[in-house]
Design a protein around this ligand. Sequence first.
Ligand SMILES: C[S@@+](CC[C@H](N)C(=O)[O-])C[C@H]1O[C@@H](n2cnc3c(N)ncnc32)[C@H](O)[C@@H]1O
Length: 232
Amino acid sequence: MYDRSAEFYDAIYSFKNYEKETAKLHELIQQHKRSTGNDLLDVACGTGSHITFLKNNYSVQGLDINQRILRLARKKHPDVVFHRGDMVSFDLNKQFDVITCLFSAIGHLKTERKLGLAIRNMSRHLKPGGLLIVEPWLTPERWHKRSVHANFVDQPELKIARMNISKSNGRLSVMDMHHLVATPKRVEHFVERLVMGLFTHEEYLDAFRQARLETTYDLEGLMGRGLYIGIR
Ligand SMILES: C[S@@+](CC[C@H](N)C(=O)[O-])C[C@H]1O[C@@H](n2cnc3c(N)ncnc32)[C@H](O)[C@@H]1O
């Protein structure tokens, strides 16, 4: 997962406005947070693009499961502590005022059981009054099979065409991401399969409830995918 595409991650997702998203996130945190500190952990932080802006207001750490992705994040932010870990089971022996898990990374968990474990695990890393903010993946109703997607990068020395047709397997969304990548050295093609859990709104709410978080849902969220905000 993301191993082949890691070095192109920032180029592929350059369409995302991380600065604007982080401004909204900051607003929501200020609105809901009841603890008084500003320690923030970004779980499944990717290459640290939210961290670029979160750093202005929070004392930030990052965590991700993928070593290559973490290497890029560390290069971008030599001043930030990053941990390698699985959101289901990490144990940092520290509590935070805010934990974020953004851009649908939670969908990488394929079962409701793992969703529950991850929410509980993140919640136990929160201070009382701290916030868990999760940007969900799509619900089963919003997943349309056989829709066709493409994303293009057009930089002077890097061209990418990434395409997929959305498929599903029961309650899993399946995306075979075909990448055609051109650099001055070569043109290469590779396929990366992303399999993600399609959880219902009720299943997300239930996971938050089970973790004893007082939860609100922001319908729009950061990019139209909604946002769960739980207070410990
Ligand atoms: C779509 S990216 C989101 C990255 C980042 N939050 C962003 O907004 O750009 C998903 C990230 O989740 C990470 N990931 C997937 N499963 C994970 C797990 N079980 N625990 C921690 N990180 C995970 C991947 O390595 C990847 O960096």
